[in-house]
Design a binder for this molecule. Structure first.
Ligand SMILES: C[S@@+](CC[C@H](N)C(=O)[O-])C[C@H]1O[C@@H](n2cnc3c(N)ncnc32)[C@H](O)[C@@H]1O
Length: 227
C-alpha cells in the first residue's frame, strides 16, 4: 500500500467491501433524495457521471432504474467489482478520479456522494474544474463535501486507516462560484440528523450538500456580442 492519501483510501475501501455495503444498506441518509433531485434536473435518458460509486447502492442503482446512462468510477477495484456484478449496464471505470479524462461537455449530470473529501484539498479545485468541463452547458452536479477547515485528517474507518481533507463552507462555496457553477441549493446537515451512536463511523460528522449548475457561458457570449 502506498503512504500517499490515495493509497490509504484505496487500500481501506478494497478491504471493507462487505462492511461498507451492509452499513450503507442499513443507513438512513439523504443519498436517494439528492440523486432524485439530480434526475429532476435532467432531460430524458440523461448521461450521468458518478465519481466514487462504491458498491453502486443506492445511487447507481437508482440512476439506472430511472433510465440514465451512467459512467461510474471508483479508486477501489474491489468496489468496482461489486458494482459491476450488480449493475452490468453501467460503464464502470476503476482508478483515481483525478486521472480520468473525457471529452468536454460529455455529460448532462454528475454526482459524487461522500467521496470528494477523500481528495487532498489541494487537488479539489482541479477536480472540480474537470467536472465542470465535462458537463454540458446547464449541466448539474450534485455532491457533498465536509465542512471543516482541515488539510489532513487521519483516522480509522471500519478498522482501517483513512484519509480526509476539507475546506470550510465559505471556502467551498467561493471555489465553486469561481469555477463557474451557480449554486442552486446548499444544505448543511449533521450525519444521521445528530442522532447517531458514538460507534457509528459518521458520528459527529457534518456534510454540506450541493446542487450546482454549470453556467451556460455561450449565453453570456451571445449577450456580449449584442452589447
Ligand atoms: C464513503 S464511500 C462513498 C460511496 C458511495 N458514493 C456512497 O455514497 O455510499 C467513498 C468512495 O469513494 C471512493 N474514492 C475515494 N477516493 C477516490 C478517488 N480519488 N477517485 C475515485 N474514487 C475514490 C472510495 O473508494 C469509496 O468507494
Amino acid at each position: 500500500m502506498s503512504d500517499a492519501p490515495e493509497g490509504i483510501v484505496e487500500y481501506a475501501y478494497d478491504n471493507i467491501t462487505q462492511w461498507y455495503l451492509q452499513w450503507v444498506e442499513g443507513q438512513k441518509s439523504p443519498r436517494d433524495r439528492y440523486a432524485k433531485r439530480l434526475l429532476d434536473e435532467m432531460p430524458p435518458s440523461p448521461s450521468i457521471l458518478e465519481l466514487g460509486c462504491g458498491p453502486g447502492v443506492p445511487v447507481l442503482q437508482l440512476l439506472l432504474h430511472k433510465g440514465a446512462r451512467v459512467v461510474a468510477n471508483d479508486i477501489s477495484t474491489k468496489q468496482i467489482e461489486m458494482a459491476k456484478a450488480r449493475f452490468p449496464a453501467a460503464e464502470l471505470i476503476a482508478g483515481d478520479m483525478t486521472a480520468l479524462s473525457f471529452e468536454p461537455e460529455s455529460f448532462d449530470g454528475a454526482i459524487s456522494l461522500y467521496t470528494l473529501f477523500h481528495l487532498p484539498r489541494a487537488k479539489l479545485k482541479d477536480m472540480l474544474v474537470k467536472i465542470h468541463s465535462w458537463l454540458k452547458p446547464n449541466g448539474v452536479f450534485v455532491f457533498n463535501l465536509a465542512t471543516v477547515d482541515e488539510e489532513e485528517i487521519h483516522g480509522e474507518f471500519f478498522g482501517y486507516g483513512m484519509f480526509w481533507s476539507s475546506f470550510d463552507v465559505d471556502a467551498n462555496q467561493a471555489l465553486l462560484r469561481e469555477i463557474g457553477f451557480d449554486l442552486l441549493q446548499v444544505d448543511i446537515f449533521e450525519a444521521g440528523d445528530g442522532k447517531l451512536e458514538e460507534d457509528d463511523p459518521d458520528f459527529g460528522a457534518e456534510f454540506m450538500w450541493v446542487v450546482a449548475r454549470k453556467k451556460d457561458s455561450s449565453h453570456d457570449e451571445r449577450n456580449a456580442d449584442k452589447a
